[in-house]
Design a protein around this ligand. Structure first.
Ligand SMILES: *Cc1c(COP(=O)(O)O)cnc(C)c1O
Length: 293
């Protein structure tokens, strides 16, 4: 697999796309770090890797679904760091594994499928000897994950007063809030349906009592769900901006930003930075021809 290229991170201007609203919008291209590893996942794993090494662990064990960007990122990061990688996968083993899991396995990750009921308990099956493994929560959620995500703020110039990003576990959002207390204002777009515990989960990771802006109306039916309107938007947005998005996170984020701008959520003069957190590998699970990129 290709190496990680943080030096590729850049800010793309959306030029005059939303000029009529008096708003500047730019995109932080964390997706350019790597074609498969989601930009934010690599940041979130940084301190878990450090911890595993410091504690002399043999490897890491984590949790996720068949299309999880976190799983593939963990597989890859562990291999690079010379650590073993083990994953508990939600749901029975399918006849044909997802591209994500096939890639994880090819990177040397050991996959253990468990039923959804067992997965929910968060328990590690008895047949896995996890004594020498660092347990990394699903999605990299946790203090170490937030601390890693906080380092993304080094790529956010002070000239932006608004940041908008997709939220799964909200670890990335918490990290950014911790790094730049109060400024810029961060708005998280939840990609899960009715995930009303999200606010508390993010607050638990926050080091300051800042106001948290979350939007829950852009999930398109739930996690990894999509419809024609989302796909049409992603294709149109690519046509206009030249920036590809994924249907699980950043497509919904771009849609949300577009609709919030049109709905007057941002003020005239605002400088908005959209965080493109990557995730493009997830598009491989869409039927061929769905997207124009
Ligand atoms: C995992 C992921 C997110 C969500 O990150 P959280 O820290 O869990 O909120 C956003 N975008 C992409 C592309 C991801 O893979």
């Amino acid at each position: 697999m290709e190496t990680l290229r943080p030096e590729n991170i850049r800010i793309d201007s959306l030029k005059n796309l939303y000029q009529q609203y008096g708003i500047t919008t730019d995109v932080l291209r964390l997706d350019l770090i790597h074609p498969v590893i989601s930009g934010n996942k690599w940041f979130k794993l940084k301190f878990y890797l450090e911890k595993a090494k410091k504690e002399g662990r043999e490897g890491m064990i984590t949790f996720g679904g068949a299309y999880s960007n976190h799983i593939i990122a963990t597989a890859w990061a562990c291999r690079e760091a010379g650590l073993s990688a083990t994953a508990i996968i939600r749901g029975e083993m399918p006849d044909v594994p997802s591209q994500t899991l096939a890639n994880a396995k090819a990177s040397g990750m050991q996959l253990h499928y468990v039923s959804r009921a067992v997965y929910k308990t968060g328990q590690i099956p008895d047949e896995i000897d996890a004594r020498d493994l660092l347990i990394v929560p699903e999605g990299g959620y946790g203090k170490e994950g937030a601390a890693g995500a906080a380092t993304i703020s080094a790529f956010i110039p002070a000239s932006y007063n608004q940041v908008i990003l997709a939220a799964g576990t909200g670890t990335t959002l918490a990290g950014l809030m911790n790094a730049r207390s109060g400024r810029p204002r961060c708005t998280g777009i939840s990609v899960l349906k009715n995930n009303l515990s999200l606010k508390k989960e993010i607050k638990d990771l926050m080091t300051h009592n800042d106001e948290l802006s979350l939007r829950h109306e852009f999930h398109f039916g739930g996690y990894a769900k999509y419809d024609k309107a989302l796909i049409r938007f992603m294709n149109d947005w690519y046509d206009v901006t030249g920036i590809p998005t994924d249907f699980v996170y950043t497509g919904k984020l771009a849609f949300a930003m577009d609709s919030l701008i049109r709905g007057g959520y941002f003020k005239k003069g605002d400088r908005v930075l959209m965080i493109h957190s990557g995730g493009l590998q997830g598009n491989t699970s869409l039927p061929k021809g769905t997207l124009i990129f």
